[in-house]
Design a protein around this ligand. Sequence first.
Ligand code: FEO
Length: 399
Amino acid sequence: MRTTRKISDNIYYLGANDRRIALFENLFPLNNGISYNSYFIDDEKTAVTDTVDRFVSDSFFENLAQLLNGRPLDYLIVHHMEPDHAANIGRLIEMYPDMQVVCSLKANQMIKQFFGADLGDRAIIVQDGDSLSLGKHKLHFVTAPMVHWPEVIMSWEESTGILFSADAFGAFGALDGRIFNDEILIDESWWSEARRYYANIVGKYGVQVQAVLKKADALDVKMIAPLHGPVWRSNVADFIAKYDLWSRYQPEEKGVLIAYASMYGNTEAAANALALALADRGVDKIRLRDVSVTDVSELISLAWKYSNIVIAAPTYNGNMHPKMEHFVMDMKHLNLQNRGVSIIENGSWGPAVIRKASEILESMKNMRILEQKISIKSALHDLEPIEKMADEIAADLKN
Ligand code: FEO
């Protein structure tokens, strides 16, 4: 059964959803599945952009056969080689022996690595400035190295202004028939999942995203067709603005993420006291999260959103509580910058968190460790240090 939709005259969406998947990349929890997007251009020449994950291959091949309606497939455009999109390249190469594969030099190498297939003269290697005419449609290629793999390219279709953006501008979440951004509610919970996707998958590569945004700025982008999530056919500038902010590591809002680890509730009590003290001072954007029960990808998303972070944790094996260490190291690995950070440690006999967290934060770019630090011995009995920390954070938010 054909399950496609037109995104413009003669360009069709033939993506597929996986709603059973629990972990994207076997790493990031999904609560509403994910879509793998592919697009078909029906012109004098036929072309399909990317494929889908192996778990949803059947619908892709059925849709493709129906869209081709007996015609040959002339081109496969490979924007990205990660197997959630590239899984079916080997099968397509075999099924359509006259099909040419349009990709970067690195993608051509990866096709050999993944499928053992040497494309030879079936490969059309493209780089910046190259284009491919399909008849009425013409694709212009834009390289996007390290957004978020080295072989990535995007393509911009001249007659429609569609930017096929690879993983960029993607989002977690399956699509339920409504494939366009203006058909779904783009509210805070939607942005929260889009930010979680960006920060965790692409976040490390802000410099490279900035480079691609500059290239895209020279194009008349009317629609964005990513590899995951909805097709953006309206308010395109809103998403581009978010990408600009996120990739410059600038917070979206002045607000505080209080991330705490607590084994018996004593560090949690301090984190709670700080949240209350901040609220007393009129701070309205406070997110208090227990790192032991919050997936680190969610913590990263909140760290990307807010200007200030509080780390509150006990010592464990002479280091930070391991769940907190995971969060702090993840921020470092993802290159997060430009945040104000306050630290609360709890150590009954060997406090270590202020020292250990500071070492990591000082090795990151533009992470400001705020002056007020709190060292608890087992349990907090005096609210004065909490009040001082709240004063400092409230003042910092006003700067
Ligand atoms: Fe959606 Fe990098 O693959």
